[in-house]
Write a protein of this length. Structure first.
Length: 106
């Protein structure tokens, strides 16, 4: 298991480029949380697409926690999340990709 610290010098985003090829080859599950807690940083479309490419290349599962994806500061610029990326790999049929969405209630 490898944890990626979200540090101020990286705008509190994980540095996926620091992960070695050997680690990607051994990866079975990548867990991402966007917006991140507690800083609230959001992975952009390019990062999501990069992770999808890596998952297809190295055959691992992405578990994406997007529980606050409908809450954003600017109504005119909603955040991108992995399930609705325009023009991404997920807008096409890809073997082995399964999207599920759950809602929590208070």
């Amino acid at each position: 298991m490898q944890n990626l610290n979200t540090l101020e010098e990286n705008q509190y985003l994980p540095d996926f480029d620091s992960v070695s090829v050997e680690t990607w080859k051994a990866c079975q599950l990548l867990y991402i949380c966007s917006p991140g807690n507690p800083a609230g940083t959001i992975l952009d479309q390019a990062t999501h697409e990069k992770l999808i490419k890596l998952a297809l290349q190295y055959d691992f599962v992405i578990a994406s926690d997007e529980c606050y994806s409908e809450i954003y500061a600017d109504e005119n610029q909603p955040q991108q999340n992995i399930t609705v990326l325009p023009g991404s790999y997920l807008s096409r049929e890809v073997d082995g990709v399964k999207l599920t969405r759950g809602e929590s209630c208070a």
